[in-house]
Design a binder for this molecule. Structure first.
Ligand code: HSE
Length: 430
């Protein structure tokens, strides 16, 4: 018998329990494993859940799970850094293998957790931490083991993708779409983690760890969220043959990693352009396989529970064979560091809101030229006497740092209203 203890009986906890209960027979038939729920802890045991469990399995005290000798696999599903970190470390010190969906914790404290896990020969399963139901960690760790991965592109945050999709399809504002996302319940408790890009950056740092064997600090990922994307940008993008997506991107270039999370313009023909709503997708380019695309639901009770269960079964299987082989991420010294985002080159979409009067366009293009930025096309729509109109420029390849400086200088011009928006145009890899 392999005993499972869970701390955190919320959305993902309920999904996990449901799958273990309803799918237990199927798992047993497939694997021959006898996996049993031993204890479940949550601070609120009165909350209504869509799964029933024997009351003797439930407790308010997480240490009844951590200290239980029949618990071989501890599942942490409370999220956040503390006390989750403390619970996981305690469990490892007692020789338990751990499954977690906690991307923020792994992004912030992953190195410490893995060090301890290595010392104690305990495994940490974290399939559920990235893209819910999509088995992307296993794809990188097992399926692509014979490949060097050069590049990862992903839509890793369902909430942002939902907002951008709704803005485009319903022609509603960012705020209206965010309210909808909150109502449906897939946004984080603090939705700024979603819309400001940090949730996707946490997930990207975990993918980078698996693909490039490098433990990077989430702060090293150039991160911009979707808050400043307006309906007019979405419409301009469409007109120009693009769709705006919050894209997480990691590239290995000359032993340096370029890592960014930001809204970009993706050609409509790019496979990631058609990923809509709460769906996630990860595009991985291996040197042997070429491009691989993984697509599915990135959040929610049962999709994420499915990822938790896959780690549990995987661990239980290897415990049955013999516990000598805990798999812990490995880190190499092949990567020299993180590339400075300002040094990278791309074509850009830039949108200004400026007064519609003679000389405005030439002043703006003059500043861009002074930073060596060449314009490939200009759109100016509408005419509002004494009002502000959007001016959209597409540039040829330009250095990001120069573009940002030029934009900041343009934003200080008296006839430019509010901060302008710039987005990279991601052409390749489709
Ligand atoms: N809030 C996350 C998202 C779900 O919107 O993708 C869990 O990772």
């Amino acid at each position: 018998m392999i005993g499972v203890g869970i701390i955190g009986f919320g959305t993902v906890g309920s999904g996990t329990v449901k799958i273990l209960q309803e799918g237990g027979t199927l798992i047993r038939k497939r694997t021959g494993l006898d996996i049993r729920l031993v204890k479940i802890a949550d601070i609120d045991l009165t909350r209504k859940r869509d799964v029933d469990v024997d009351s003797h399995l439930l407790t308010n005290d997480p240490f009844e799970v951590i200290g239980n000798l029949d618990v071989h696999i501890l599942v942490e599903l409370i999220g956040g850094i503390e006390p989750a970190y403390q619970y996981i470390c305690e469990a490892i010190k007692r020789g338990k293998w751990v499954v977690t969906a906690n991307k923020a914790l792994l992004a912030e404290k992953g190195m410490e957790i893995f060090r301890l896990a290595r010392e104690k020969n305990c495994e940490i399963g974290f399939e559920a931490s990235v893209c819910g139901g999509i088995p992307v960690i296993k794809a990188i760790r097992d399926g692509l083991i014979g490949n060097r991965i050069n590049r990862i592109l992903g839509i890793l945050n369902g909430t942002s993708n939902y907002i951008l999709t709704r803005m485009e399809e319903e022609e509603i504002s960012f705020d209206e779409a965010l309210e909808e996302a909150k109502r449906y319940g897939f946004a984080e408790r603090d939705p700024s983690l979603d819309v400001d890009g940090l949730d996707a950056a946490h997930k990207l740092s975990i993918l980078i760890m698996m693909a490039f064997h490098y433990g990077l600090n989430t702060r090293d990922i150039m991160t911009r969220g979707i808050r400043r994307v307006e309906l007019m940008d979405i419409k301009f993008a469409r007109e120009l043959g693009y769709r705006i997506k919050l894209l997480a991107l990691a590239k290995l270039i000359d032993s340096e990693i370029e890592a960014r999370v930001e809204p970009v313009m993706l050609p409509l023909s790019h496979p990631l352009s058609s990923v809509k709503g709460v769906y996630n997708a990860v595009f991985i380019i291996g040197d042997r396989t070429g491009p691989n695309l993984y697509y599915g639901i990135g959040a929610g009770s049962e999709p994420t529970g499915s990822a938790v269960v896959s780690d549990i079964v995987d661990m239980a299987m290897r415990m049955k064979i013999g516990k000598g082989n805990a798999r812990i991420p490995v880190f190499f010294d092949e990567v020299r560091g993180i590339k400075n985002a300002d040094e990278s080159f791309a074509p850009f979409y830039v949108r200004f809101l400026a007064e519609d009067r003679p000389g405005v366009l030439s002043k703006i293009s003059g500043i861009l030229a002074s930073y060596n930025i060449s314009i490939s096309s200009v759109i100016q729509k509408g005419r509002r006497e004494g009002g502000f109109v959007p001016i959209v420029m597409l540039t040829h390849e330009a250095k990001e740092g120069s573009l940002r400086k030029a934009k900041d200088e343009i934003d200080r011009l008296p006839f430019v209203k509010e901060e302008s928006l710039y987005l990279r145009i991601e052409e390749g890899d489709s």
